[in-house]
Design a protein around this ligand. Structure first.
Ligand SMILES: [Zn+2]
Length: 245
């Protein structure tokens, strides 16, 4: 049995399939990550093939059949193609990184409406606001980790419980978490935070709007989140767009 279903979605990837079709991966509002086929999608005349392009926000109708790997798309309408993101290389690489996280770290058909809404919101902001795209991406990355079930909000040493207010440096060990300088010196240090960098992490985790940041520290946080994910999700090989675009 198959049912016609309508949902909104972000297009994560698009590939040729056979001589005439396209395969697309969508992050949908109602069905989570879904792989679909556009029959005849390779033709320049295909209206659906044109609308369903990487990074576009769309409304889509497909025949949903349980236990089938690919759903067949019957119709699609464009909500936004984010023209301003595509005009700016910096916005483009961070927006592409949002898509990469959704593509490589969400589980097929696992519904998360909050993650869908947050992802659309960040793409809208990258397109419409004058906020720095790197800062927006770091905020999104924290939200994304939170949605995956990882929280990085830690005020005390995991070993001795001492708070970090007096520490000039804070260590991070994948097994133990955040450690004060005294406890950290006897452990493998997987990441080292200066006081300033750590305060930025805490400020952004608390969703405060006026965090003091430098681009260097934003870059360091992205590297830390990547290391963190690579440790917890071995299949994750790191972000590509951010370093290649
Ligand atoms: Zn300690």
């Amino acid at each position: 049995m198959s049912n016609l279903q309508k949902t909104r979605a972000i297009v994560l990837s698009k590939l040729n399939f056979g001589d005439t079709s396209k395969i697309v991966t969508l992050y949908t509002e109602d069905y989570g990550k879904e792989t679909c086929i556009i029959k005849g999608g390779r033709s320049a005349k295909s209206k659906i093939g044109g609308i369903i392009d990487v990074m576009n926000h769309i409304e889509v109708v497909f025949y949903k059949k349980e236990n089938r790997e690919m759903q067949l798309i019957s119709q699609s309408d464009l909500i936004s193609h984010y023209p301003h993101i595509k005009e700016n290389l910096d916005s483009l690489k961070y927006a592409a990184s949002v898509l990469e996280l959704l593509y490589s770290l969400t589980i097929a058909n696992e519904v998360n409406k909050k993650l869908y809404k947050g992802s659309v919101k960040i793409l809208d902001m990258m397109n419409d606001s004058s906020d720095n795209p790197q800062l927006l991406f770091v905020k999104y990355f924290l939200f994304f980790l939170d949605e995956l079930g990882y929280s990085l909000k830690e005020y005390n040493c995991k070993k001795c419980s001492k708070d970090f207010s007096e520490s000039e440096v804070i260590y991070y060990n994948h097994e133990r978490g955040f450690l004060c300088p005294d406890c950290g010196k006897n452990e493998i240090v997987n990441y080292e935070f200066s006081k300033e960098l750590f305060n930025l992490l805490i400020c952004l985790s608390a969703k405060q709007n006026q965090c003091t940041y430098s681009f260097e520290n934003l870059k360091k946080l992205i590297l830390f989140f990547e290391k963190f994910l690579k440790y917890h999700v071995p299949e994750f090989k790191g972000l590509k767009s951010i370093y290649t675009l």
